[in-house]
Structure formats: structure tokens, C-alpha cells
Write a protein that binds this ligand. Structure first.
Ligand SMILES: NC(=O)c1ccc[n+]([C@@H]2O[C@H](COP(=O)([O-])OP(=O)(O)OC[C@H]3O[C@@H](n4cnc5c(N)ncnc54)[C@H](O)[C@@H]3O)[C@@H](O)[C@H]2O)c1
Ligand SMILES: O=C(O)C1=N[C@H](C(=O)O)CCC1
Length: 264
């Protein structure tokens, strides 16, 4: 049994992670961390069935009261880093799907994980299909170096571009040199029209009700187009990756950023 704490249980992803623990015999949900409802139990909240799991608003108190192996953090960009620091300081391995980490955050958290000799995972996207999209895009960029991305998410998303789009751009950047794309004299008549610029790659972020998580990576060459697309149609699509991460993080003694590092 792996003792789990989920942070953000009332959120769209946190709710699915709680249900994953309920379904999976290897995962034991010992407590949850929520910004509200301190001192109550999950079964007192609407939608949680009979899960008599204690709710804490103070993560440190939660880790003092329980023996925890893994923290699954699915909160907001404002709290992801702080929660990882608290977990590592208390000897708990974090598996974090929360997005919005900067390069500096990842460097600092890597140092902390190594100092504590603990595994940690930051996964911008837990869906296996999205990992394949990123890996295939990295390969394609070796041959087709003009790239644009369109990522689409629901309209409650706080960060843009998505963590997945940034990670895809970082992987592609390992295979192609920075280059200016489009006409050298192009000019935006409306600010933002050409999207965000990552080493010359353009990233376009769509936010609409009804969307879940979608990304298309578009490659252009002389007389040809190539595109790779992934759609998450519901949040269950992320749960096999959460389980995979929980299993892997127990065997690690450093921070891994991106599930592409865990699958061949
Ligand atoms: N890695 C992935 O595959 C993946 C997939 C979907 C979403 N995400 C990311 O996961 C995060 C959550 O997404 P969501 O769609 O579930 O968002 P959401 O807004 O539905 O849920 C976030 C939850 O976090 C809670 N929260 C905020 N601050 C907190 C704190 N200090 N302590 C405890 N709980 C706190 C909120 O109350 C809310 O219930 C986002 O950063 C999103 O980008 C990642
Ligand atoms: O719903 C979200 O928010 C998602 N965020 C991740 C990202 O930023 O890439 C992954 C997919 C869903």
C-alpha cells in the first residue's frame, strides 16, 4: 500500500485523483489538503460518497499527523512550488500535475530533491497520448524546422501557454536551432496575433468553455504539411499517468520533469 495525500481534492483533477485512490487497491488515501473545510472529512462534502478521509488546510500539520509516501498536487500555479517544498522537507515525495513552474522553480526544486535524496515528479501532462505527441514532435522537428502550436483548453485555466505547450517547445528546441519564422518584415497589426514566441516557434492558446485539453503541433515544409494532434476528452485520461508517476517516484532520488523521461 502506498500512502497518498491529494492536494486540491475539490478541483476537477483532484477529484479524479481521489477516485483513482478509491479504485486502486495499491493506493491508500490517508488525507487531503484543501484550502477550505479544515477538520472535516471528505464524506461530509457533496460528491465524495463514504470516504472518511480527514481534510487539512495546513499541509505541514497533515504531514505531522500522518505517515505519507506521496503527495499528489493538483492545485494552482500559485501553490505548486510551495507544496513541493513542504513535501520534500517532510520526507514526502511529490507528484505534481499543477502547471505554471518557471525554469528557476524547477532548478531550485531539483536542488532540494537532491539534497533530501528524494524522488519528485513534475508532469505538465499525465496523458500517455500527450507524451507521445511531444516525443513525436521532437523527432519531427529534426526534419521539419518550421513549427507552430495550437493548444486549446477550458476557460477556467489560469496559465497560458499551457504547461504541455511549453514542454513540447522545450523538447523541440533540443532538435532545432532558434529561428525566425514567417516573413522577416512581418508586423502584428493587433498585439498577440502571431502568438507567444518560444525561440521562434509560435504558440497559440485558445480558451473556450466545452474544451478539456487539446494540442496540435503543426510543421510546414516546402509543398507539405505535417501535424500531430492530441485530445484529452475527459480528466480520467490523466489518471494512468498519475498512477505511473506514483509508482516511479518511490524509486527516484531526484526530480524528474516530464513523463517522457519515464517511458521509452
Ligand atoms: N498534468 C496534467 O496532466 C494536468 C491535467 C489537468 C490539469 N492540470 C493542472 O492541474 C492544476 C489543477 O487543475 P484543475 O483543472 O483541477 O483546476 P481546478 O481549478 O478545478 O482545481 C484546483 C483546486 O485547487 C484547490 N486549491 C487552491 N489552492 C489550494 C491550496 N493552497 N491548498 C489546497 N488546495 C488548493 C482549489 O480549491 C481547487 O479545488 C492546474 O495547474 C492545471 O493546469 C494538469
Ligand atoms: O486543464 C488544464 O489546466 C490542463 N493543464 C495542463 C497543461 O497546462 O498543459 C495539461 C492538460 C490539462
Amino acid at each position: 500500500m502506498i500512502n497518498i495525500v491529494v492536494a486540491g481534492p475539490r478541483g476537477k483533477m483532484g477529484y479524479e485523483a481521489v477516485q483513482l485512490c478509491e479504485r486502486d487497491q495499491d493506493l491508500h488515501l490517508v488525507a487531503v489538503v484543501d484550502s477550505k473545510h479544515n477538520g472535516r472529512t471528505l464524506n461530509e462534502l457533496e460528491g465524495f460518497g463514504n470516504q472518511e478521509v480527514p481534510i487539512y488546510s495546513d499541509m505541514e500539520e497533515c504531514f505531522s499527523d500522518h505517515k505519507v509516501d506521496v503527495l499528489v498536487d493538483l492545485t494552482t500555479p500559485a501553490f505548486g512550488k510551495k507544496h513541493m517544498e513542504i513535501a520534500l522537507t517532510h520526507g514526502v515525495r511529490p507528484v505534481v500535475g499543477t502547471t505554471g513552474f518557471t525554469d528557476k522553480d524547477i532548478q531550485e526544486l531539483t536542488r532540494l530533491a537532491e539534497e533530501k535524496e528524494l524522488g519528485a515528479i513534475i508532469a505538465p501532462n499525465f496523458a500517455i497520448g500527450a507524451i507521445l505527441m511531444m516525443k513525436f514532435s521532437q523527432l519531427a522537428a529534426r526534419y521539419l524546422t518550421d513549427v507552430e502550436m495550437i493548444e486549446q483548453h477550458h476557460d477556467q485555466k489560469l496559465d497560458a501557454p499551457s504547461g504541455t505547450a511549453i514542454k513540447t517547445a522545450q523538447l523541440i528546441a533540443t532538435e532545432r536551432k532558434e529561428k525566425q519564422q514567417g516573413h522577416k518584415d512581418e508586423k502584428e497589426d493587433l498585439a498577440g496575433a502571431r502568438g507567444a514566441n518560444f525561440e521562434g516557434m509560435r504558440i497559440h492558446s485558445v480558451r473556450l468553455p466545452g474544451r478539456v485539453a487539446h494540442q496540435e503541433v503543426l510543421f510546414g515544409g516546402e509543398g507539405q504539411l505535417f501535424s500531430i494532434k492530441h485530445d484529452s476528452l475527459n480528466r480520467r485520461s490523466f489518471m494512468p499517468g498519475v498512477k505511473l508517476s506514483i509508482e516511479h517516484v518511490l524509486k527516484l532520488d531526484t526530480l524528474v520533469y516530464g513523463l517522457e523521461n519515464l517511458i521509452d
